[in-house]
Design a protein around this ligand. Structure first.
Ligand SMILES: Cc1cc2nc3c(=O)[nH]c(=O)nc-3n(C[C@H](O)[C@H](O)[C@H](O)COP(=O)(O)O)c2cc1C
Length: 326
């Protein structure tokens, strides 16, 4: 979960980031996934996004990794390029593409190769920082979804013929330069643009050697959502549960999982291996310990001000949780 306005334009980790992840690590979770971290300054989502685009940024990340490891919790960092969703003056994508009145130009072949190298360099830096692995951000409308989604990717070259080529190159190059047990997961879209395509992508990702699939939405402006009207969880969880039977690597489900009973039901019924808690953790760092102890885990009120950068202390759900606790 990107922590807007913790850091500044430098993208360097600050003490707030370290304390944030240290607190989450104490919360009883099985894995910490550090927020979307930019592989290049020009590919940022926001001017105050964390970065791993230069060696000087390794030191701060090593402090995050160390404080999470102190609690015996594994930790990976998500590596990210925003593509058309970026904050730069000039944004890029697989093809010419417009979102929110911003039009991206198509990347040249040379630029795509540079971006692949930037993903690899960021992964290498993550390894040097002591992270257990990286999660490649291939979801939520960002650059890799703009290649994976056939309604967005209109290229006629190799990256259009094989919509997964950029992801294939990135993981192969990361594997070639990191240690054997370095975890490489991917956050992927279930409907890219259809569930059949999502399942097909998942199978290829497994064959490429990804260690896990963290399933969410892909390019959400171009997708067919087949979730039955009476399905009791989110369409994201539905997508994950449709993908899980087709692969033998761990599949994570996410979105609007608000209490431990729901989490358990999703794991069992959806045949999933892990559930991710996002906004619930912003409300309550201790979510998983509270769940295990049958205590109130708190509640996100879906306001949705956290998307709009309010300081965490102003989160109404968080205030309510702490009020009820005291
Ligand atoms: C403030 C905020 C920041 C987020 N940052 C990220 C991020 O860095 N990477 C990512 O993959 N998803 C990010 N998301 C999406 C969440 O990871 C998650 O998929 C979404 O919030 C749904 O799960 P939840 O209902 O448990 O919050 C963010 C969501 C919010 C609200």
């Amino acid at each position: 979960m990107v922590c807007y306005h913790f850091t500044d334009d430098s993208g360097y980790v600050v003490e707030k980031n370290i304390n944030h992840y240290g607190s989450i690590a104490k919360g009883g979770f099985g894995l910490v996934i550090v927020e979307a971290t930019a592989i290049d300054k020009s590919g940022r989502l926001s001017h105050d996004q964390l970065g791993l685009w230069e060696d000087g940024q390794i030191q701060g990340h090593s402090q995050i990794a160390a404080c999470v490891h102190q609690e015996n919790v594994p930790v990976v960092v998500q590596i990210h390029h925003a593509g058309v969703m970026g904050c730069a003056e000039e944004v890029v994508s697989s093809s010419v593409c417009t979102v929110n009145n911003k039009t991206a130009r198509a990347l040249t072949l040379e630029e795509i190769e540079t971006i692949e190298s930037q993903f690899v360099a960021a992964a290498k830096r993550a390894e040097q920082a002591g992270y257990d692995g990286v999660e490649i951000h291939g979801a939520h409308n960002y650059l890799l979804t703009q290649f994976l989604n056939s309604r967005v990717n209109q290229r006629t070259d190799a990256y259009g013929e094989d919509k997964l080529l950029i992801v294939k190159n990135v993981i192969q190059k990361i594997r070639a330069c990191t240690k054997d047990d370095f975890i490489v997961g991917i956050r992927m879209g279930a409907y890219e643009p259809t569930i059949d395509q999502g399942i097909a992508h998942a199978k290829v990702f497994e064959s490429l050697g990804f260690d896990y699939l963290n399933v969410s939405f892909g390019f959400s402006f171009q997708m067919d959502d087949p979730t039955p009207a009476d399905y009791e969880f989110s369409p994201h969880v539905y997508g994950a549960s449709q993908i899980a039977p087709h692969v033998n690597i761990p599949v994570f489900g996410v979105n609007q999982i608000t209490n431990p009973a729901q989490a358990q039901a999703i794991l069992t019924q959806g045949d999933l291996d892990m559930v991710c808690i996002g906004r619930g953790v912003l409300v309550n760092y201790n979510w998983a310990n509270d769940a295990k102890a049958n205590q109130d885990v708190g509640k996100c009120l879906y306001c949705p001000k956290c998307y709009w950068r309010i300081p965490m202390a102003d989160c109404a759900g968080r205030r309510l949780y702490h009020k009820n606790k005291s």
